[in-house]
Each structure stands twice: as C-alpha cells, then as structure tokens.
Design a protein around this ligand. Sequence first.
Ligand code: ZN
Length: 1007
Amino acid sequence: MRKSFLSASMGILSMLVFGCDSISGTGADLKIKLKEDGKINCEIVVPEEAGPVAEFAGKELQDVVSQSLGGKVELLKSPGGQKTAIILGNSKQLKEAGVDISKLSRDGFVIKSYKGNILIAGRDSMKDNPEKAMNGGCWGLYFERGTLFGVYEFLERFADVRFYFPGDIGTVIPKHEKLALPECDILEKPDYTVRKFSWLGATSGTVGWMPKVAGSDFKWKNQMYYRWRMETEYLPCCHGLSRLTFLERFSETHPEYFALTQDGRRYKEKDMAHTGQLCLSSGIRAEIYKDAEAFLTGKDASTRNMKHSKYGNRCFWDPSGFQPGYFDIMPQDSFYPCRCEKCQAHYSKGDQATSDYVWGMVVEVAEKLKKNGIPGCVNMMAYTPYRPVPTQEIPDNVRVMVAVGGPWYMDKGDAFKRETAIIDAWRDKLKGKKPWLWNYTCKFAKLAIPDIPASTPMIIGEYYKAMSSHIFGAYMESNALNEEVAHNLFIQNYLNHYVFAKVAWKNSTDVNALLKEHYQKMFGSAAPQMEEAFKMFEKKWLEIVGKPIDTPLGPQSITLSDYDIWEKVYSPGELEKLKALFDKSEELTAKDADSLKRVKFIREKFLAPVIAQRAQYAKNQEAINDLRFYVKEIPSGEKINLDGKLDDPAWKSAAEISLVPHASEKSKKETGIKTKVKALRNGENIYFAFDCEEPEMDKLLSSKREKDDKEIWKDSSVEIFLNPSNDRNIYYQMMINADGSISDLSASKKGGKYSMDWKWNSGAEIAASKGAKGWTVELAVPVKNIPGLKYDRDFPANFNRNRCLSKETNDFAILFTWSPFLKNGFHDIDNFGYITFSEPKSSNIIKNSSFNGEVKNNLLGGKSGWILPGKMKDTEAFSIVDDPFSESGKALLMERKSSENGSFTATQYLPDLKADTEYLLSYAVKVEDLKLGGNRASGAVVNIWDDKNVWFPKNYFVSNMPWSRQGFKFKTGPNTNKPPHKSYITLRIMSASCKAYFSDVKLIPVE
Ligand SMILES: [Zn+2]
C-alpha cells in the first residue's frame, strides 16, 4: 500500500539508526540546512490560499521546531528568500514541482525537497478549522488534514520528535545544535484506513494528571488524536438500529415492531435492559429501508420524523450511526431473539439459521437500495449471535465489521486461530474484500479492575501487523465503564495507543524497534530497566485477562480471581521486583533530569496504584477473616419445627447476620430493606432461617418450581454457598425461592474456570411462608449430604438474596450478600466470609460497639460507653439511626455542617487496652455530603490514643463512600495506659463538613 518512495528515504532511515546528530553530520547528502553554526536557517511558510488546516499545521510546526532548534522559527505567508523555507499546503511551489494534490489518497501527504526548500502537503479540508475542532467533541474531528499529518511525519523523521502522550513528559523534543536533511521525495499514506480507539470515551477523571488547558478538556486529547494521525473518516457500525428513534416513533402505533418477550410483552419498555429489541418479521423492515433511503439520498431527518426524546425531540441523523455514504444497520446490543412464531421459525433452529435470518434483513435492505439506484453503503457488524457467515450472498454495497477479542487473545492459542478463521471466512464471503474489526482491549465486565496497568504494546503491535492481509483497519475499544476503573486508564494505556497508531499507519513497523526507541528516548540510561518493567506489566496483564468467551455483549474474558491476581501475579514478591527496577532506574537517571522526571512519573502512574490496590486487598483479607457467622448447637430440649415461621424459641438464641446490597452497579442503591439470616445445628442437620423484609409483597415474583429449575434465581429467592473443605474450590449452592422450591448444585472454580454439577442433592427439607410485610424460609440440610463438613473447623460460606419484583425485569433485580467483599457475582468464592461452630470469644474491648440504647447526659451506654460532645455548635449534631446492615441494627450518625477548623468527636476510654500488643481495629463506615476544609488534616477518621495519636486510616476518608468495612492492624506503644496516659478511641470529623456514620466498632487483640 505504500509506494516505493525511494531510495532517498531508505537512506534517511538507515541514518536515523545513529541518532539525530548523524542527520546534522557531515554527510555530503545533507544539503538542506535548518540550523547551522548555531544559527537558525529555516522559516515556515503557509501561503494565504493554503487554508485553515495548513495554517494550523504551521503553528504546530513552529511550536515544536522552535523548541527543537532553541529559538523562534518565523511563520510567514511567502518565502523570504534567505533561509530554507518549509512550505505547507497546496502552494504554487508545489504545482511547479509537479505535485497534484488531488491525486493523493485520503490522509496521505508528500514531503519533497524543491529548489533548496521543503514542501509538505496533503489533501486538506478547506472549511474545517483544526484549532476550533480541538475544543470540541469527536464528531468535529472528521475532516481531511493530510498537510498536518505531513508536518508530524517531518518532525518525527527529521527532528527526531516523539509524541507519546500529552504534556512535556510524554513529548520528546530533542535539542539540535545543528540540523540538516538530504534531498527527499516522500509519499506516504496509511495502510489501515480505519484507525480508531476509545480515546475520547475516557472520562474526565482521566485528565486529572494533565496540565490544565484553557477552554476545553478535549483540547489536549484532540491534539494527540491529530498527532497520532488517527482516522479522518468514520465508518459507523455500532448498533445503528438503536439510533433510529424506533421507540419514539413506533412504540405506541406499532408495538408489533418490537420483539415479543417470553412473558408476552413487547421489548420496548424503558426499564428493560437494552430496550428497543426488534421483531425482524414485522413491518419494521420496511421502515429500516425507508430510513436508509432517506439518509443516503440526503433527506433531512425530519422527513422521517426522527425525533430524539433524549435531546428535546430534536430531529437529526445520529452521527454515531450515520455518516455521509454510510448507513449503520446493526441491531441493538445484547440481541434478544424475538419469541414470535415467525422469528422463532429461524431462531429456534440454531446459530446458522439465526445469523441467516438477521443478515437476511441486511441483504434485503441493501438489495433494494441497489435496485432503486441509491448510492452509498450499509454497514453491519458480525456480532454474536449473528457472527457466523450467513449462507446467502452479501451484496457489494454492504460493509462488514467483525467483532473479535483481538490482541489480548493472540497468545491464547486456539482462541486466536478461531478468531482469525472467522475473519477470513468473512473475507471469503465478501469475495476477497476485507472486513474491519471491533476489538476488545477494554476494562469491561470481569476486566473492570482498577489501577492494574493494561499496558500491552508488544502484543497489540504484533496483532495488527499480523492482521494486515486480513483487514482494512480496526476500532480498538480501550475504555472503561466507570470512573473508578477509568481513573488511571488513559495514561496507563498510552503505549497501547501509540503502538496501535504506528502499526495502523504502517503495517510493516518493527514493533520491537519502535518500543526500544521509546524506552531510550523516554528514560535514557534507565532504558533496559524500564523496558523490563513494561514487559512485566504486559505479561502480567495478559495472564490476568485469561481466555475469551463470546457473549451477546461481545467477547468477554474469564479472568483470574482476586486471589490469583494478588497472591500470584502481583504478589508482594513480584511487586518487590518491580520496585527494584524503578529504584535502579531512578539511580541510573539521577543526573539526567528529563529521564528521571519520566521514570518517576511512570512509577507514580503505573506502579504506585497497583501497590495501593494490593494493600487494599490485604486489608480486605483481614476483614474477611473477621467475618464469622456462629452456628451454635440447638439448646438441649429444644427443636426446630419446620413451618416457615421463625417462632421456635431456639431461634432466639441463634446468632444473626444481615445481608447488604451487592456492590454491582444495579444493586448499589440502598433500599434499607432488611434480610436477616440465622443458623443452628444438631447432630443431623444444619438449620438456616431467612427473614426477608418486603414492603411490596403484592409485586413479589415467585412461584412453585420443579426441583433444580435453573431459572429459579429469576424469582425472589435466597441462596446459600458452602465451601466445607475450605479449599475455595469445591462448593455447594442452594437456591430457594419464596415458595420454598429449591435448586441445588455443587460447583468448582479454579483459576478462571467454573464447572457445575446439578446432580448434587442437598436433601434439604424446606418450609416457606409469606406475610404482609415479608417472607421467610426455614430449612434443614442433612449434614451427611455436605461432603467434607466437620463441626470442628471453620469454612468459607456466603448468603445471598435476589429481590425480584414483577414491575421490573430481572436485569434490575436487587441483589444482597452477606460478605460485602464480593466483586464478581455470587460465585466470588475468594471473598466469602466464614461459618464457625465454636463460640466466638468476646475479645472486643469496645463497649457498646453497636450504639444501642439512649443518650443520657452526653453518654451513650453509661460512663464506660461513648462520650458525646456536651456543648455543640449549631452546625453540629449526632443521632442514633437505623442501620439495617450492622449487627445491632444501629449506627452513630455524626453530622458537621461547617468545614471550618475544628473537630467533632465521639470518644470512649479504653482501660483494657494493653501495652505492646497487636490489635485489629475494624468498623463499618459511610460518608456523605463531604466538603473538605482548608486544613491539611481534614475528613472523617477514627483515632486511637495509646501512648500517642494513631489515625485510621492515616490519610482520613476524604471522599463520599457507601457503607464499607475497614480493618487495620497496629501495635500499641509501651506506655499504653501507664499514667499519665489514659488510652481512648475517638470517631471524628476533622475540619470538614459531612455526615459520617459509624457502626460495629471492634478492637480485638490479635492472637
Ligand atoms: Zn418476531
């Protein structure tokens, strides 16, 4: 795809190997001088008629080349005649030199020496202004700017400049004492025409580290988008059918256009996930065609009544689905196969028939467009479940994108081969015309892991090289769905993006050499150590990624568990190795300020966040160890009468735990709805009791089901997970709905792999009961049916609830869990709590740790309990509030409405605190409406005085947080409680305004 331009440029490339000074060396070829004898000998010329792109290119060139040559290079409208002129855009000199700009390809350019000057030009939009576009969103970036690309090539090739990421740390501009170049005649164009990644999708949090740019947060991003020479034309292919306002136009008048659901409704309600699923056997096909024809013939969106309710009923063609000449016809995400008879005649016959039917719609629209002489293309993605190549012919006005995992699965053996075979099957189907790709190098689903670098430039480079004969480009999805995960993502991904950009431009790029050059230019003499560190980050991430699986939401990963990530991949030992590499790098660059700054920056952005996450994991593990559910023996003479009513006297003596909302997005909202679990045992059985509060009993979704019905979780139900062997591998799951039906299975989970065995039978006896304000389940599980269970050892367990109401689809069920540490659904066995059969020793030295009782004379729980402030300001208040998730059901709410200096406290003296002893402090906390004051020590915190002040956490809580449990180990000082020291614990708000909730405060000696 590149023209062989020539021996001249080959010569330059080989010279570049020796570094920049060789260009400015003594070679007789280097006739064109830019700087000589310490004097700048060049000027930039942008002729009046060259247009706004060339004008902007002139400013970019002037800015960078002036820094490189150590003095201001002039920017003129015509050559002065004394110096080497670098003439940009479509100039009269270019015509004289015989270059016809209109013959160049999109995004291509020439760099040509002519009569001692340099001409740089490509096809440019004459109406788009890059400087203005820089301040706007992504749709403004789709215009031709060949001249600007030529300027960047010139800077990289001849001045040795590199654009790794925004700002001076990521931009390498070598200082030249002298600079010259040979006669040249360079013609370039990109190998991949589609060159895109989720760059603009990065959320605002990712810009925190960047120097603030006046005007717009987009500015620096868009500048890098230019500098990396990303695509200038957008081929839309992302669920275009969901962007045609079908819901607005037809949900009332033509409900039959929408997919029929299993329960007889139409898939058009707002609360249905990925709503707007279509019935492709309906009249919607004709509407799709009419929309396509209207768009491709240049009709206004109003002619199709294309009112977007999300945008104040404005009529427009959504640019993410429809671009000049391209109409995206891909169905809504998470494809729902319509349950109507006509659709099912196809969908029920398996993958091939399903794909054939969906592509049948595409073919029908495309053929009709052809028949009616409508110009342009329809774009469609091959995406699960319509990824298999269909049997019918595909007309030549269809452009096909194929969704495959991509680079991160290249090292996964069969997965890569399988994906490549799918791509090639499509290429063959299209009679040799290549498709383009949607790839997944993003932190979605199970890969939504914050702060671990997903930096994998080697495999990304190798992948897009290897794909060169299969595809004409790719969209590398590389974003995250939430702020927490996106926070460090952009900077940690910079090499992924840089290498992608370079290989997409030139498929034959030597990736290894490109990276070696990067380490050298960025880190100087620490290049080998930094290269090793980056290689470690890459290897570790690819290990974490695990194998891909195809889902209706695109390919996703079976990732490693938390345990594997933090005990193996990023174990303390591995982190030490990385630390040592950075230490050595800092030592090696101690006298090279630029390189040292870069080493420190990468340490802060790559290594430090991982270390912090590892520390959080360790803290969680301690808290998990602390999470014990005592299953005591039924008091003698008593028994449990299984009737679904929890009124047996024995239950009163049982320990009780509460379930909290699961941390997944949809369950985060606090409903305040209580779920209590109790357990007891005797020689034969373990008894469990669930008490599920339900204010909307009339909407409760539950019915009698067959034993082992796999869809029982779609009912309001509870679940029990037991791992009696304590291996965090083989475990037993029981799901019981509000009607007392049960499905039970055994499962094993190792690494990323699951297997389930529905043959296992708990033999549980169950009684369920529904009341006005809730429902209960009581069950007896025979111990003999739970292999490995012994009463003399603790083992991992968890308890869950699915709250499913009829007004909502199951996608919006609210999930509850006992262990607050679950991350990846209910099977996250690494993060279960423990069942214990031995009575917990009451070693907590905090009195009234769960805030029971009433406040009298500033005291809660008498003199040995909590001491609250006697005199309070108007801006301060405390109260005891309901906390459905604490053991007592109560929490202390402290409220401070001013962020002025000062502290608001609840204190308890600790006469039992011993000197030189290790303790575990743990407590539950929630922070709302936080505004920090000016003081450095500002926020919510717990503070202990042993023989000095200690703070937990050290840095205070400085942002809002939902209920979470915190755990800290510390050792008391030698003079603890020795006069005059009188030890105490204080819950505090320091110099901040907020609501801070505390409950279940425990201070336990570590044995
Ligand atoms: Zn249908």
